[in-house]
Design a protein around this ligand. Structure first.
Ligand code: G1P
Length: 280
């Protein structure tokens, strides 16, 4: 059976759309509802069977790593006061040795960020999760994808049909044909002009990729926006690996910008006008 054990979380972005908050607080630690954004992506990966969590971080965002490490002084204080529920919340995110951190010291693009994690992937298939894409799903998106990928193999990207007006803000899938949620594709193009987009199916930040994509990334030159694009490496790898879009069941919010955070928070079940409902 095909296995997927490693996930890469590109989190080095400086969050300029959230300034001044992100001057000292990593964007990924801002809360959606009652938990930091990054926890949702990590929990989604856990639910899909991921065992190795590779953060591609910036050196100025160490707080992000601390969130997933033990906090002995705080834990001792909460334990002494008998605050069991609070203690659980502090301990729940801890990843221990499963957390690996590499640093992306230059903002050269998403493809470059993923390549920074190559030493933790080897030639095995791996997942990439972009925490800014907050996904509200009954069944976690990556788990849905893994179940489909065990049959399809190849490279797989989550997709949403965003329509022609919005497609130029995304990676776009060149769809060949589709059956159910699985879309067989010929290739992908990063941020095409609306008039030239091969489809209206946008790539959303969940990927299952073959190890060969790392070699493709190493050979990828800067593309759209002058950045090394993950999309271009996946497109290049489609010469040897099948490529699929997966129209996941659920809803996506763009938490790369403040309005998306607000919308996601208000849409989460369990939030009422008076605060958290008893059931939350
Ligand atoms: C990145 C990817 C793009 C994808 C998008 C999803 O773009 O390069 O292909 O569609 O994430 O959120 P960014 O939003 O970083 O410009």
């Amino acid at each position: 059976m095909k296995t997927l054990k490693t996930a890469i979380f590109p989190v080095a972005g400086l969050g300029t759309r959230f300034l001044p908050v992100t001057k000292s607080v990593p964007k990924e630690l801002l809360p959606v509802h009652d938990r930091p954004l990054i926890e949702y992506a990590v929990d989604e990966a856990r639910a899909a069977g991921i065992e190795n969590f590779v953060f591609v971080n910036a050196r100025s965002k160490k707080a992000l790593e601390d969130h997933f490490r033990p906090s002995p002084a705080l834990e001792a204080e909460l334990a002494a006061k008998g605050k069991a529920a609070a203690l659980d919340k502090v301990r729940q995110p801890v990843l221990g040795d499963a957390l690996k951190v590499v640093y992306q010291d230059q903002p050269l693009g998403l493809g470059h960020a993923v390549l920074c994690a190559a030493q933790h992937v080897g030639d095995q298939a791996f997942a990439v999760l972009l925490p800014d894409d907050f996904l509200l799903c009954d069944r976690p998106c990556l788990k849905q994808m893994v179940e489909a990928w065990r049959f399809s193999g190849g490279n797989m990207v989550a997709t949403v049909d965003v329509g022609r007006d919005a497609i130029s803000a995304y990676g776009c899938l060149d769809v060949a044909h589709g059956t159910g949620r699985l879309l067989a594709a010929n290739g992908m193009v990063e941020k095409p002009l609306a008039s030239e987009a091969p489809s209206t199916h946008a790539v959303i930040g969940r990927y299952i990729l073959q190890g060969s994509v790392m070699a493709a990334l190493a050979a990828t030159r800067p593309g759209a926006g002058g950045e090394i694009q993950l999309t271009d490496a996946i497109a290049a790898d489609s010469a040897q690996s099948k490529l699929f879009g997966f129209a996941f069941e659920g809803r996506r919010f763009d938490c790369g910008q403040p309005a998306g955070f607000a919308e996601a928070t208000m849409t989460m079940p369990g939030l009422t006008a008076k605060g958290l409902s008893a059931a939350a």
